[in-house]
Write a protein that binds this ligand. Structure first.
Ligand code: NAD
Length: 299
């Protein structure tokens, strides 16, 4: 099994910065690669915003956080960034064109030993494997936003991924504090989104069709399953801007009029009014103390 010591994270946006810092915190030497200095500066600022969250959510000391920060290096040269990497974690934009071009370039300059992983949310790794030039050392390693708190790592190979490489990634994920969730075959949406998207979509439809109000829908789910949150509470966590884009695309694709009605309500009554969910203090519920968490909601 390959020993992983040095990591390169390509793409230093929302997820890349989190993956890089989480890996550094667990002792890895991490190089962050992005396309220009501006993106790197943005990443540094982003990482600064994680530090108080690591302190409050995980009680990590300032010394430990500073030590992790020192393990990070930044580069705008892919060749330099990957020259010693045992593992490359790609977190660049969710565009098949951008990703394919990235892997075509990477395949020419990365050392033979480097394992490549993609954090793609919606693309299957088999769509990208030919561009990597090493399909046996390529697989998806999918993290969730706020990885220090939502510490899932869904690991999904292709038919060509070497099982030993797969196992190396399972061990790596555990070593950075993730719960490794191996998938035995490719599945669009992995496990989490395959379960979650239909739930959210059904909640939206029940509301859009006028079957029940938001609180009743959430209450039903919470009472019936013992879950601490219902579909509309989850939509507030995801963020209504993201929800709007996902469901607008889906409503347009399927021509579903009820979903389109919901999308319009979302835009006019929520997004235009600055109600974006938990992040803005109000969405379907008001935060920090949403009614669904209050005593009596389930009565
Ligand atoms: P983002 O837009 O925040 O960051 C993307 C970064 O990639 C930017 O810094 C950009 O400058 C950089 N970039 C663009 N082209 C590049 C290239 N050719 N080479 C290197 N860097 C390049 O995106 P994000 O939200 O962090 O998403 C990145 C990946 O992670 C996507 O595949 C997405 O599906 C996945 N993901 C995102 C989330 C999420 O909640 N944001 C959750 C799980 C997975």
């Amino acid at each position: 099994m390959t020993t992983i010591k040095k990591i390169t994270v390509a793409g230093s946006g929302v997820l890349g910065s989190q993956i890089a810092f989480q890996s550094a915190l667990h002792g890895y030497d991490v190089t962050i690669y992005d396309i220009n200095g501006e993106a790197i500066e943005k990443s540094k600022k982003l990482i600064d915003t994680f530090l108080p969250r690591y302190k409050s959510d995980l009680q990590i000391s300032s010394e430990k956080l500073e030590e992790a920060y020192q393990k990070l290096q930044f580069s705008i040269s892919l060749q330099e960034a990957v020259s010693e990497a045992d593992l490359l974690i790609e977190a660049i934009p969710e565009s098949i064109g951008i990703k394919k071009e990235f892997y075509r370039n990477l395949s020419k300059i990365a050392p033979a030993k480097t394992i490549f992983t993609t954090n793609t949310s919606t693309l299957l790794p088999s769509l990208l494997m030919d561009e990597t030039g090493r399909p046996e050392k390529f697989l998806a390693l999918h993290f969730a936003n706020e990885i220090w708190k939502h510490n899932t790592a869904e690991i999904m190979g292709t038919e060509k991924t070497n099982p030993e490489v797969f196992e190396t990634l399972v061990e790596f994920a555990k070593s950075i504090g993730m719960i490794a969730l191996p998938l035995k075959k490719e599945q669009p949406g992995y496990i989490l989104n395959t379960l979650l998207v239909p739930l959210l979509s059904s909640g939206i439809l029940l509301y859009a069709k006028g079957v029940a109000d938001i609180e009743t829908i959430d209450k039903t789910w919470m009472l019936g399953t013992g879950s601490p949150i219902g579909p509309f509470g989850i939509l507030d966590v995801v963020g209504l801007g993201t929800v709007y884009h996902i469901f607008k695309t889906e409503a347009e694709r399927t021509g579903n009029e009820e979903k389109m009605k919901f999308v319009n309500v979302l835009k006019n009554q929520f997004i235009d009014a600055g109600k974006l969910g938990v992040s803005s203090g109000e969405g379907f519920y008001k935060y920090p103390n949403p009614t669904f968490q209050g005593k009596g909601f389930l009565k």
